[in-house]
Ligand binder design. Structure first.
Ligand code: FMN
Ligand code: SF4
Length: 447
């Protein structure tokens, strides 16, 4: 495989799930180094230097986020790992946790030490119970070897690490809903501010980070922030896990160096090896179901004709007119036979189901969009429905407590922007649209 692997390098090693094999392959070296030679501030500094950006979706700089953590005297603070991973198309964190759990545990020790937390949590998606058991076993092993609990490796630093499952709601991946759920309440997002860094779990200063962000602290401490920052391009540093799915010849979880071209990622021998069954590509959702869809002519090139790269900046090039987002790295590819209207309805159905219902634009709007899209997809819509969707979208966007509203609105807006002709075809040819998909064609043809 091409490129440097910082997280998944040893994932194929037999028995890597166990403490002994993980340690034999360089595991817990970063903890030994940090606890013996570095202060918590040094660890924060290395993470800042690395340029690491949160891998949970928003891409916020991790070191900067850590530096916002309030540190009032005598008040405990917490690190919470977000392992809720429920975004359609995103399945990278579960892969890391399932096959190399000690990498996350090592990252949790380092990050907790950096933040001055003595109790930390991994909040894991309720459907991942078998992974919860894998993590619990790994925690027991680390504890038995003196890497968790009191006085870790004689350093005087104590850490308790607890894994707790959610109830299976997508909204509990939103950091404040996650905190509510961890406190034993219904997972409704909180109004921000106050931000968790000031008032989080049990009103104490809290950092919530994604699994991959926390795991990335291990190579950052091992190699140094400057070395990490040498990988990638511009503000997109390091490696990124991409879960690639849909109509690809070789779907799966890939660790890429940020900056690989989208063309190489889709068609390269080291990555997805092109579209399955020799078909043409029709569209791509590059960062999980919440990000705008790109039509085939904007996937490997930007609207300016430049090569599109797998970076935060390049995937967003062109804004919402002609770009998308790296998001959580859930890379979904659609071939020429896929129906965009059906897929848009499917995503809308998901968001409508997962809305927590606190704010009316999201609660009513997601349900309304789902109904209109159902009509269109099932040949019962009219042309006014397409504009109606755009109007509902505008009412949701920016008017809700948490970003789930935007996440529901953007995919619909982008699908209409780029595939309006396909939506109209569903209205104008209702019977035909029930029999076959519109494909790449710009003009409807007779069946
Ligand atoms: C509806 C919704 C679902 C989310 N789900 C996840 C998730 O499953 N995992 C995750 O890490 N972040 C998720 N996030 C983002 C978190 O709120 C938060 O930004 C993230 O965990 C911060 O970690 P990072 O800075 O390391 O990326 C979600 C956000 C929203 C609005
Ligand atoms: S935007 Fe939706 S999911 Fe978020 S708080 Fe409002 S109703 Fe709940």
């Amino acid at each position: 495989m091409k490129g440097r692997k910082l997280l998944l390098e040893n994932i194929q090693v037999e028995g890597i799930r166990s403490f002994d094999v993980y340690k034999k392959h360089g595991g817990y070296k970063a903890v030994d180094k940090a606890l013996k030679k570095m202060s918590p501030e040094d660890v924060v500094e290395e993470v800042k230097k690395s340029g690491l950006r949160g891998r949970g979706g928003a891409g916020f700089p991790t070191g900067l986020k850590w530096s916002f953590l309030a540190k009032p005297e005598g008040v405990p603070r917490y690190l919470v790992c977000n392992a809720d991973e429920s975004e359609p198309g995103t399945f990278k964190d579960r892969y890391l946790m399932e096959y190399i759990p000690h990498l996350l545990i090592e990252g949790m020790i380092l990050s907790s030490y950096a933040l001055g937390a003595n109790t930390s949590f991994i909040y894991i998606r309720g459907e991942f119970m078998w992974i919860l058991h894998i993590l619990e076993k790994a925690i027991e092993e680390a504890k038995a070897k003196g890497y968790l609990g009191k006085n870790i490796q004689g350093s005087g630093y104590d850490l308790d690490l607890i894994v707790l499952p959610g109830g299976g709601a997508y909204i509990c991946g939103e950091e404040t809903a996650l905190i509510e759920s961890l406190e034993g309440k219904r997972g409704n997002p909180r109004i921000k501010p106050p931000f968790p860094a000031v008032k989080g779990l049990w009103d104490r200063p809290t950092v919530v980070n994604n699994v991959e962000s926390i795991a990335a602290v291990v190579p950052i401490v091992n190699e140094g922030g400057d070395e990490y920052a040498k990988i990638g391009i511009g503000r997109s540093t390091g490696t990124k896990l991409i879960s690639a799915c849909g109509n690809l010849a070789r779907p799966g979880v890939y660790e890429i160096e940020l900056g690989v071209s989208v063309e190489e990622f889709i068609y390269g021998d080291d990555y997805c090896q092109g579209i399955a069954n020799g078909k043409k590509i029709k569209a791509c959702v590059p960062g999980g179901s919440s990000v705008p869809i790109l039509p085939h002519y904007l996937i490997t090139k930007t609207a300016n004709g430049e090569d599109r790269l797998m970076t935060y900046e390049s995937l967003a090039e062109g804004g919402f007119e002609s770009g998308s987002m790296l998001g959580s790295g859930g890379f979904i590819v659609f071939d020429e036979d896929q129906c965009i209207v059906r897929n848009t309805w499917n995503f809308a159905r998901f968001y409508s189901h997962e809305s927590c219902g606190q704010c009316s634009p999201c609660r009513e709007g997601t349900g309304w969009m789902e109904k209109v899209l159902y009509r269109l997809e099932h040949g019962r819509g009219n042309l006014r429905d397409i504009d109606l969707l755009a109007q509902i979208n505008k009412k949701i966007e920016g008017n809700t407590i948490c970003p789930l509203g935007d996440a529901a609105a953007w995919p619909v807006a982008a699908a209409i922007r780029h595939f309006r002709d396909e939506f109209e075809w569903h209205v104008n040819e209702p019977e035909l649209s029930q029999k076959r998909n519109y494909g790449l064609l710009k003009e409807p043809v007779t069946a």
